[in-house]
Design a protein around this ligand. Structure first.
Ligand SMILES: Nc1nc2c(ncn2[C@@H]2O[C@H](COP(=O)(O)OP(=O)(O)O)[C@@H](O)[C@H]2O)c(=O)[nH]1
Ligand SMILES: [Mg+2]
Length: 219
């Protein structure tokens, strides 16, 4: 019985996610779902990306958090459209929340929409939002075993950004072990290795984002 209820919830979520996707496609908006454990660097990567790309593409942001407006206040400082969603007891953003946020965003004035999900490696993997690409940010201090311990989110994602490379000398994180574990659960995944603090590796990430925007806006 419990399993059936969960299936119904996820089925209803999929249907709303498909509607979100249709709306995004109609407006030629590329939507990226940022997922990670708390503190891996979702907001830092967003801020760096916005600073670098806002003169080239029109950016919008949906910020999901259990509580507080700390992250959306930081994003607002960059002068881009941002909507905060407080999920309360929900451990993930869900498609109906995105549907409401899309009503409040200036869709005709956005090419690239970032969705910062709630920080954890379990629930966000279950809920499609209507995004075009899923991006998991995994930071060096979390350890190189995370793809093995949380396989679902790493299996489903299109991209993994390994962040905090500047901390490699100080923590036991083996990049080869991480890559091997990740490719083991997701052979097609695209990997970027960056530091939001030093800027290392970010240029490749920006190029990839711009190519995604181009692919969707010229479709
Ligand atoms: N050393 C280092 N710290 C970072 C880097 N990226 C983010 N941080 C720090 O990690 C903490 C959490 O980052 P935040 O972007 O808020 O993570 P979020 O919870 O995933 O949104 C903050 O104190 C950031 O300054 C990085 O590349 N190197
Ligand atoms: Mg954040």
């Amino acid at each position: 019985m419990e399993i059936k209820v969960l299936q119904n919830i996820l089925g209803a979520n999929e249907a709303i996610a498909a509607q979100n996707r249709q709306l995004l496609d109609e407006h030629k908006i590329a939507a990226i779902n940022f997922m990670s454990s708390p503190g891996a660097g979702k907001t830092s990567l967003l801020l760096q990306t916005i600073k670098n790309l806002k003169s080239k593409v029109k950016i919008g942001v949906i910020e999901g958090d259990v509580a507080s407006k700390l992250d959306s206040d930081k994003i607002k400082g960059e002068g881009v459209a941002v909507i905060q969603i407080s999920t309360g007891s929900s451990c993930s953003l869900e498609a109906h929340m995105i549907s409401l946020a899309l009503k409040d965003l200036p869709l005709t004035d956005i090419d690239l929409l970032f969705i910062e999900n709630v920080g954890n490696l379990i629930c966000p993997a279950e809920f499609a939002l209507g995004e075009h690409k899923k991006v998991v940010i995994s930071s060096v201090p979390e350890g190189d075993d995370k793809p093995t311990k949380y396989p679902l989110i790493f299996t489903e994602t299109d991209v993994v950004v390994i962040n905090k490379l500047d901390l490699l000398p100080y923590v036991d994180f083996n990049l080869n072990n991480f890559r091997r574990a990740l490719k083991g659960v997701n052979p097609k995944v695209k990997i970027f290795e960056v530091s939001c603090k030093t800027g290392e590796g970010l240029r490749n990430w920006y190029s990839w984002l711009l190519s995604e925007v181009k692919a969707i806006t010229t479709r």
